[in-house]
Design a protein around this ligand. Structure first.
Ligand code: ZN
Ligand code: ZN
Length: 290
């Protein structure tokens, strides 16, 4: 089982790998560019090499790269659409150089047209990105479930499964489930029955092996608020019952990565990772008793 956090790359991506080691994490998520900008910097081989060395030295297993938040594969504006494809393409190239396990991204918004109307542009975009770089690379494109603001796509497992099916179910498409986003869309993951239903649906529609990571975020807003405000694991409105999902026996192959604010300006720290591990242990015990 791997536990980690999204960490800052100020000073170089290798710094995030070093910090992951310092705080007791064995999984890591980073940005390969500024998450609120289009421009993706060129990645020089030395930076990637340094990151890979720090990853090995600090025993980091799963590494994911989160793409910019600006991406909208459902954009009807040609300029935004092509920028979105380009940003995702460049993130995939950087992630391959880092030998990351996945590029986590959001599908974007169908702008009120519905997922069906937007699929004809989502699917070719993902094909382009999957064809990028080394075809034998293990870096997967990882669709994250959305929190439900606006007309976002990927709100439900059904939506995500549609996209994967239309693509022809390639091996290199994965999924990431964010606990705060599930909560925001009205799925009460404190309830073991709800989690059971969710896991069965994931198994049947998508396949458990496609689950690359969980984003373990607590929620600062009430169930079904359709807005995404993260809290530290165990400290939000989901609270200690986050353990129900974290300890589920069928989810143990996926890295548990938090994107929580953390106690200080450096984001998640030792106490955050320790809290994550405690919640997970409590969840495993809960399932053993059930
Ligand atoms: Zn997330
Ligand atoms: Zn979020």
């Amino acid at each position: 089982m791997e536990f980690g956090a999204h960490l800052k790359t100020a000073g170089g991506a290798y710094k995030a790998a070093e910090r992951a080691g310092e705080i007791g994490a064995d999984a890591l998520q980073i940005f390969t560019q500024s998450p609120r900008m289009w421009r993706h910097p060129d990645l020089d081989p030395e930076t990637a090499e340094r990151f890979r060395a720090a990853r090995t030295a600090n025993d980091i297993g799963t590494v994911t790269c989160h793409a910019t938040y600006l991406i909208n594969l459902g954009a009807t504006d040609d300029r935004i659409y092509s920028k979105s494809v380009e940003a995702l393409r460049r993130t995939m190239l950087a992630a391959q150089a880092y030998q990351a396990d996945g590029v986590v991204f959001h599908l974007g918004s169908h702008l009120g047209r519905g997922l069906d109307a937007a699929l004809h542009q989502v699917v070719p975009a993902l094909r382009i990105v999957l064809g990028e770089g080394n075809k034998r690379s293990k870096t997967r494109l990882v669709i994250e479930n959305s929190a439900g603001a606006g007309n976002t796509m990927g709100l439900t497992l059904e939506d995500i499964a549609r996209v994967i099916d239309e693509l022809g179910r390639p091996k290199r498409i994965g999924v990431c489930l964010d606990t705060c986003h599930l909560w925001a869309t009205g799925i009460d993951i404190r309830d073991p029955g709800c989690v059971e239903e969710l896991v069965s649906e994931l198994d049947e529609r998508i396949g458990l092996d496609r689950l690359v990571c969980l984003h373990v975020n607590d929620a600062a807003l009430p169930l079904g608020a359709r807005r995404d405000v993260h809290a530290d694991p165990g400290d939000g409105l989901i609270g200690h019952k986050l353990s129900v999902m974290l300890g589920h026996p069928k989810l143990q192959h996926a890295a548990q990565i938090t994107e929580s604010p953390g106690p200080g300006p450096d984001g998640p720290d030792k106490t955050t990772i320790a809290a994550l591990r405690r919640l997970h242990r409590a969840g495993v015990r809960r399932h053993a008793r059930a």
